[in-house]
Design a binder for this molecule. Structure first.
Ligand code: CP3
Length: 353
């Protein structure tokens, strides 16, 4: 476990310490835009079988690191492993995305949910973490992750992807007690899940609040932020061996709430491309590190435009320590893999001190 890190830029930036150049990783860096990912996924049979095999999950986690000079690896898995372990019957339907056979509909459904066991139900995720950590052998740090309670609740109540969030917002407004009961059990499960990932070898953690941005400000505080606070408080960031596991919170579409996320005591705050990085950096000062925020669509542009836009993002965050470069959301599946090299190399080259 105590293998020394050969590249600690990412952890240094999250600790707001100076680095030789800005660290970069890419949300969904292991995924369908890579032909070698599509090949391994076909071999696995399905996306969930890929997640359940520690060996294959490790293989795809390492694929982008072979191609690009990335400064972190992210566990290959999904945020929906927790609702799947709650026995909602998760399926990935081509063209439709994730679908739950038994979505949560009533107060009684919520009361019946059981908190998953991290060994018998989700041990496969922990096996993937320890297998990847071993294979990395200190090359770069390994990021573990989860969905936020609110984001997980949207999938569980809607039964899949949605545009209007009618069912889950219906629950919030018609039966807020039931909504809080659901969010509480999700927060407790997420805390168990992240602590188990730390035990298995995760060196940093990220909370994806993909759908927090669809809430009105007061509802965001009550139904999303409150539970992320619970997570920040419940994750054991200080390890007995003296290491520290930083936590990054990311609410997509939540730039206006970055100061609230910083106030939770998280180590880093992720922002998407609709937020003004320069304004937020000035406002947040040295309180947290920040991650982001290039528009993923820039990767469809000619190489010189990618370099120009990378420079624009680096300039917006400024020279102060504490920036991790990333896209503002996951990389699209139709991006040309060659463009990612242009991006990663430009980040390092244009930020080198
Ligand atoms: O970043 C990485 O490389 C690590 C792996 C990762 C995946 N999903 C793999 C994946 C991570 C961090 C996630 C998180 C995730 N999953 C989020 C939060 C991040 C975000 O994008 O906002 C969400 C909302 C999900 C739920 C989910 N899983 C969706 C909506 C989909 C896409 C379904 C579709 O068909 O478009 C998935 C499946 C999924 N998760 C894929 C990958 C690589 C594609 C599956 C495939 O191979 O077909």
């Amino acid at each position: 476990m105590a293998t020394e890190l050969k590249n600690d830029r990412y952890l240094k930036a999250l600790a707001r310490k100076p680095v030789d150049c800005t660290p970069v990783w890419i949300m969904r860096q292991a995924g369908r835009y890579l032909p070698e990912y599509r090949e391994t996924r076909a071999r696995a049979g399905s996306f969930m079988e890929l997640c359940r095999s520690a060996e294959l999950a490790c293989e795809v986690t390492l694929q982008p690191l072979e191609r690009y000079d990335l400064d972190a690896a992210i566990l290959f898995s999904d945020i929906l492993t927790i609702p799947d372990a709650m026995d909602l019957g998760l399926k990935f339907v081509p063209g439709q995305g994730p679908v739950f056979e038994r979505p949560v509909k009533t107060h009684a459904d919520i009361k019946a949910i059981k908190r998953p066991d991290m060994i018998s139900d989700l041990g496969y995720v922990m096996n993937a973490v320890s297998t990847i950590r071993k294979a990395l052998n200190g090359r770069v740090p390994l990021i573990g992750f989860t969905g936020s309670p609110w984001t997980l609740a949207t999938y569980m109540v809607e039964g899949g992807t949605t545009k209007d969030f009618a069912k889950v917002k219906g629950l919030v407004y018609s039966d807020p007690k039931a909504a809080h009961l659901l969010l509480d059990i999700l927060a407790d499960s997420v805390i168990d899940y992240l602590n188990a990932q730390i035990e298995a070898g995760a060196q940093s953690l990220m909370v994806f609040d993909t759908w927090g941005g669809v809430l009105a400000p007061h509802d965001y505080r009550e139904f999303s932020l409150r539970y992320m606070q619970k997570i920040v408080d419940g994750v054991k960031r200080d390890r007995e061996d003296g290491s520290y596991i930083p936590v990054v919170l990311f609410t997509k579409g939540g730039g206006q709430w970055a100061p609230l996320l910083a106030d939770t005591g998280a180590d880093g705050v992720g922002i998407d491309w609709t937020a003004d990085a320069a304004v937020l950096r000035a406002e947040l000062g040295d309180k947290v590190a920040m991650q982001g925020n290039l528009d993923p669509s820039v990767l469809y542009a000619p190489d010189e435009v990618i370099r120009r836009e990378v420079k624009r993002v680096l300039d917006a965050f400024g020279p102060k320590p504490g920036h991790v470069f990333n896209l503002g959301h996951g990389i699209h599946q139709y991006v040309d893999p060659a463009k990612v090299k242009v991006l990663v190399d430009a980040v390092h080259e244009l930020s080198r001190n």
